[in-house]
Structures are given as C-alpha cells and as structure tokens.
Write a new protein. Structure first.
Length: 440
C-alpha cells in the first residue's frame, strides 16, 4: 500500500510496508518500495542553524505472552519547518504502530494455529531501531530498520534525508545526479555487481522511488532483502559518490499558499552551481518574480470573483494555481529546463523554457547556436514534415517566431508552442522534436 505524507509536494511518496501476517500464519512484508522522505541541500542560513537539529529516541516497547516488541523510533527536533517535522514524526510513529498491531494480530492467529495443529508456539518478536547517517551541512539523513521474527525473519530498512530549510522539500536522485540519474546510478551499480561474481543478482535498474540515504559525500542506494538478490544476501547497499558541487543543479523552492480564495501548490526551480553566479542569481530572481506575479494576479482575480459570488448569490469555487518544473538536460556545459504554470479557473497552462550555457560568462542558448543562421528554415521544414504525418490534428503553423520557446534533451531540440498558439485547445501544448545540428 502506497501512502503519501500530507505535505505531498514537500515529502516523498512513502511505500508503507506492514508486518501483518496472512491468515495462514506465515509472515510476509508487502512487496512495495520502502519509505523515504528526502529534501535538497539547505541554504546557508539553514546550514548555520543545523546544530539545533537533533534526533531523540522514543520507546514503543511492549511485552505479552504472544509478542515481544523492542522499539526505539526517531523523533526529530529543531527543523526550521516545524510542520514538516511534525508530520514526518507522525508518519514514522504510525508506521511503527501499524507494524506492532500487525504483529499482535499475526501472533494471535499463529498461536491459534499452533494449538489446533498440536505444536509449540514461539513468541513473535519485533525490533525497531534507527541510525543517523548524516547531520551536518544542512542535511539530516537517517534510516529506520524494522526486524520481525515469527516463523522466519524479515528485515525492512526505511530511509530519510531532510534539508533543514524554512520550507523543507524533498530532494530526488535527479537533484543529486542530474537528469540522467538512472543511467549514472545503474551503471555504477552494475560495475559494483560485476566485481562480486560470487553473488547472484537480478538487478534491472533503480525504481522511480528508489530508497537511499546520504553519508560521507555519497548517496547509498538501498535494496530490501530479496529485492535484487537471494535472502542470504540480506539488505543490499551500493555507494555512489555525489556529483561534483561545481556542476550545475536545480533544486526546489516551495511557494505554497492556502486561503478561502485560492490554493497555490508551487515548486519553482532554484539553479545552483553555474560558473556565472551573477547570471544565476538574476535567472533565479526572474523565475521567482514570475511565479509571485502569477500568484498575486490570480489572488486578486479570486477575491473579486468571491465578492461577486457573495453579492449575486452563486457558489464560489476556490481558485488553484500549480507551478512545477522539469529538468531536461544538465550536461555538456548546458542546462535546460521548463517551468509549467496551470490555473484551474480557466484551465490556462503556460510552459516557460530556459536553456543556458554554463560558462564563465553564462549566456542564453539560441536556436541559431544549435542550427546555424538558417535555423528557421531547418526547423520550419522539420515541423511541417511532422504535421503532415498527423492528419487527424488541425494546425495553423506559419513558422517559428524570433523568440520561439524550446528546450534541449536527449540530443534533440524540442520546439514548444503554448496552448491555442498553433492548434485547438484540445491539442494541449504541442511539442516537436528536431535533432540538433550543433552541440553547444
């Protein structure tokens, strides 16, 4: 069963694995990914206050004729984002309580089965402990290990890494290793497996919600018992050095809001690691100001509509604004990403694109940089060829503009048109892929 934190945009999806046993009395854990809640590297101000963050143990011990529980769960104190802290602590404790209650149920079923079959019932045991992996430089990372002993033994490791920031938000492996994070990590794991010929592994690649923790300048990828190897191998861990801090990366900044007029769920990108720090600061400022302008504009419109609804007696539906970003490329000296803004009241969607050369003096990448001086002819021809192959769609394409939106990814330039720009609204945001002529 997959469960999300209440702050679903701030904390990663949790794979809740219970210790409940099936009716037959056998002990099984669900085959879902383990919990992990992670967040990006903190700002300097947060790093200065990280010393205030600490983890204290809370005992949830229990002993009866059927079960013995020895549990020490972590309780986080001192995060700047106290709401994030409270909800994470609540989730951790509820996970433990669900495991404990599941074990009690299983033990009652197990003893009944033993009595009926005429064999001796052995008390079930549950042990929960935690281990702090990193608590410095604005990052708190730890694991919670749950061990259940019934007729067999099962171990689960849940991983957490949290940034002590005013508005905490999760970091992903993509934040740490870039848009090609899966290829980077899969390659490293396969290299490590190749050096362990005595083991039998069935590794097909990391998952979208892969568990990991951070320690000693490395991300440690965690696989549960039986997940990629026989049970005798236990819980598997693979250490991957973190990407150089000199490389550009994009992290999240939350601009959430909730009132009787509107709800804002915004995760805007914050670029770090560009060689040209002035360009970087100005770009980050522009992105945030765009988002704030959208928020303020919609808030004013929502208030006016609310007053009108109150005056004229019709129902008011709360407005919603959603902003998200997607990193398309951050390699070979080029950083490219999109920021998508959606308004619920009129179903308006806008995609803003950013492509930058990461140089001592950063500059915006242009289509002429990528396709030469005849870029319009080249791109228009490619788009027209693709449109011809889509007769079911109705396009009014007259050619790309001087300030055409585009992003770069997987060796291609993707030309982006806004909703209604060249096609009916039902077509959404049309995109056309054109192979690059020049590598920036």
């Amino acid at each position: 069963m997959n469960v999300k934190f209440p702050l679903s945009n701030k904390i990663a999806t949790v794979g809740l694995v219970s210790a409940m046993l099936v009716a037959s009395g056998s002990s099984v854990y669900a085959a879902t990914p383990p919990a992990h809640a992670t967040a990006p590297v903190a700002s300097q101000s947060a790093q200065e206050k990280i010393a205030k963050v600490n983890i204290q143990g809370k005992s949830l011990n229990y002993n009866s004729s059927l079960v013995h529980v020895k549990a020490q769960i972590p309780v986080i104190k001192g995060l700047l984002d106290t709401r994030y802290q409270a909800e994470m602590n609540d989730i951790i404790e509820r996970h433990a309580m669900k495991d404990i209650e599941g074990l009690k149920v299983a033990a009652r079923e197990g003893t009944a089965k033993a009595k009926k079959a005429g064999y001796t019932f052995h008390k079930y045991e549950l042990v929960i402990g935690y281990d702090v992996k990193m608590n410095k430089d604005g990052v708190l990372s730890f694991t919670v290990t749950t061990y259940a002993s019934t007729y067999n033994q099962v171990t689960r490791v849940d991983t957490y890494a949290v940034n002590n920031q005013k508005e905490a938000s999760r970091v992903t492996l993509q934040d740490l290793y870039g848009v090609d994070y899966k290829a980077v990590i899969n390659r490293s794991i396969n290299e490590q497996i190749a050096k362990m010929p005595e083991g039998t592994y069935d590794f097909q690649g990391i998952s979208d919600e892969q568990s990991f923790y951070v320690k000693d300048g490395q991300a440690v990828i965690v696989f549960q018992k039986y997940e990629i190897a026989p049970g005798s191998a236990g819980v598997q861990e693979f250490k991957i050095p973190l990407k150089s801090t000199s490389s550009p990366m994009v992290q999240s900044k939350a601009l959430n809001e909730d009132s009787k007029f509107m709800t804002v769920k915004a995760q805007i990108p914050v670029v770090k690691g560009l060689q040209d720090t002035r360009y970087q600061a100005e770009m980050n400022d522009i992105i945030e100001r765009h988002a704030m302008k959208d928020m303020e504009g919609l808030q004013q419109e929502a208030k006016e509509q609310y007053r009108k609804a109150q005056k004229e007696g019709f129902p008011f539906h709360k407005y919603e604004l959603m902003i998200n970003y997607d990193v398309k490329s951050e390699q070979n000296g080029l950083l490219s990403f999109t920021v998508t803004t959606y308004r619920s009241n009129d179903r308006y969607t806008r995609v803003d694109t950013y492509t930058v050369k990461n140089e001592k003096e950063a500059s915006r990448v242009t289509l002429q940089d990528l396709f030469g001086k005849d870029y319009k002819t080249v791109i228009n021809a490619a788009i027209n060829e693709q449109i011809v192959k889509m007769p079911e769609e109705s396009y009014d394409f007259q050619g790309i503009s001087d300030e055409q939106s585009f992003y770069v990814g997987n060796g291609q330039v993707v030309i982006v048109f806004q909703k209604y720009e060249i096609a009916p609204g039902s077509a959404g945001i049309p995109e056309f892929k054109v192979p690059m002529k020049n590598q920036v």
